[in-house]
Write a protein that binds this ligand. Sequence first.
Ligand code: HEC
Length: 167
Amino acid sequence: MKLLKRIGLLLLLLAIAIQFVPVNRTNPALDPNQDYLKVSAAPAEVARLLKASCYDCHSNESKYPWYAYVAPVSFLTQNHIQEGRSKVNFSTWGNSSAHDQSEALEEIPETIAEGEMPLWDYKLMHPEAKLTEAEKRILIDWFNSGSQATGQTGGDKNHQEREDHDD
Ligand code: HEC
């Protein structure tokens, strides 16, 4: 049918055209001394798990697989990374405010416990990022232990807030 052919051709042209929409995949410069894992002196196992499951979206060390170069997946990847970094960026931890740090420290174990993070579509493409129950436990215990002091100054201790707020 002629119409179907035309629609097909149009879609093909569209698929090609969107490849030319620029996507910024450069990682910002790194200062290793501000990295969460360094600042908190996290144990090796915690470091390994966070790097495998969270760092692609919550750090400036994102690794881009080949399909991150193909639109429209590239738009989605970029959006995840931008949004992820804006919520929690482990690479710039030492530079973030005590308030942001304590908020993140409170939310991180929650999102892990609820299976909200890492994002489900990411897990589809990155089976190695899936956390087993035991691995979740390790991370949750670490974040709840209060041993990962906030900030460089140590002024603001991991303050206790009501659990049921949502912001
Ligand atoms: C595929 C990218 C991706 C991965 C991997 C990922 N996140 Fe996220 N994360 C996001 C995005 C996007 C948001 C913001 C949107 C949302 O809250 O769903 C977010 C939000 C968050 C928030 C803020 C929650 C809130 O309600 O605002 C926390 C905390 C978080 N992530 C922790 C983690 C932890 C811990 C891991 C690893 C176990 C992880 N994320 C892995 C993309 C990711």
